[in-house]
Design a protein. Structure first.
Length: 374
């Protein structure tokens, strides 16, 4: 059913809004029929936000420079940051890339559809140069979400889609987050409910020797990649915990160069060898900030959350299941903004499995402000 955001109570300029009920997800024909108006906007060069299994994306026809520029304008996104192209099936690769190596093919077999973006050599002239940011490669993925797949298929377009938020803000995991950031500036919003994974896709590039370079950690872990690739998997040096990002002149994947995902308040991450030591340091710092008159917030895991007192306390779930932290992180950061929190501390987590993606996003959100205790 189509609405406008004015009807939903935002008071902003009208934006078409399609809420996709769960009953449509099991009926592909009806789902595509419901998505025809949104797909038409994409075909005609407009911009539409839609759900994927990771976060909400802001989609445009990847072949149209005018459409892609509308994405940059809506997000306020730097133009040297490349965009990921989303396809509905393997046939969508035809005409977009020059070649797919056997190693890249193995990764597609293992993880498509799913939260894995593979950087491939782009076919000259196939896509707007604004998508590739002047590089000779393009990141492509097939999302694992029925609404995303149906919308892309119905549009008939390869869809360039960064996260559907203002650049630098926490990524959206609900249609309401998109509405908050972009209502009145884009062609429409498709509401498919809450996203699943909660952090963006993993971005990889296969080297000439068949090894896999991780350019951005995400929903597919390094351990999963190693098992599927049958080849060495390594992090790009820019992803190392103490690596800066301002020196990266031409980022090969989204999120490599700029501060992202940031709340309006100042966020710092606290890491140390002892959970008790970290908790004590955070608790003391929260008390001191409150005494200065600051509104305080903390992001913590369930194992320690009862130790804290703050104006806003957000649980990242249990350390024994980091999928909850991935799912909750961006909404928790947005909650800090809603509560007007200016002083925010977050516990760190181990960087194995999904922890690599969670810590990558936290460091970006914190502007690399990490307090390391002895």
């Amino acid at each position: 059913m189509e609405h406008t955001d004015q009807e939903l109570g935002t008071g902003r300029p009208s934006t078409p809004f399609w809420r996709i009920g769960p009953e449509l997800l099991s009926d592909p024909a009806k789902l595509r029929e419901e998505l025809k108006p949104a797909a038409a906007i994409l075909r005609e060069g407009g911009v539409v936000a839609f759900p994927t299994e990771t976060v909400y994306g802001l989609g445009a026809d990847a072949r149209s420079t005018e459409a892609v520029e509308a994405v940059f304008a809506a997000k306020g996104r730097p133009s040297d940051n490349p965009l990921i192209v989303h396809i509905a099936n393997r046939g969508g690769l035809d005409g977009l890339v020059k070649a797919v190596s056997p190693a890249a093919q193995r990764l597609m077999d293992a993880f498509w559809p799913g939260p894995l973006t593979i950087v491939l050599p782009v076919r000259p002239g196939a896509l707007s140069p604004r998508v590739t940011a002047g590089l000779d490669t393009v990141g492509i993925r097939m999302p694992d979400h029925p609404v995303a797949l149906a919308l892309i298929a119905e549009s008939g377009c390869p869809v360039a889609a960064p996260s559907a938020n203002r650049s630098g803000r926490p990524s959206p995991t609900l249609a309401g987050h998109v509405m908050e950031d972009l209502a009145g500036t884009i062609g429409g919003i498709v509401d498919g409910g809450a996203t699943g994974v909660g952090v963006e896709s993993t971005v990889v590039q296969v080297a000439e020797d068949g090894s896999v370079i991780v350019l951005r950690p995400g929903g597919v872990t390094l351990e999963q990649l190693s098992q599927a690739a049958g080849a060495p998997v390594r992090l790009d040096p820019a992803l190392l915990p103490d690596a800066g990002s301002d020196h990266i002149e031409a980022p090969r994947a989204p999120g490599m160069k700029y501060t992202h995902y940031a709340p309006k308040g100042v966020l710092r991450i606290v890491a140390g060898p002892s959970a008790a030591g970290v908790s004590d340091w955070i608790s003391r710092s929260l008390r001191e900030a409150a005494a200065r008159g600051e509104r305080t917030g903390v992001l913590a895991f369930e194992e320690h959350i009862g130790r804290y007192q703050a104006d806003c306390i957000e649980s990242l779930g249990s350390l024994s299941d980091l999928s909850a932290a991935a799912h909750r992180l961006y909404a928790a950061l947005r909650r800090m903004d809603e509560e007007g929190i200016g002083f925010i501390l977050s516990e760190a987590c181990p960087e194995e499995g999904l922890g690599a993606a969670i810590m990558n996003r936290l460091r970006k959100a914190a502007g690399q402000r990490v307090i390391r205790l002895d």
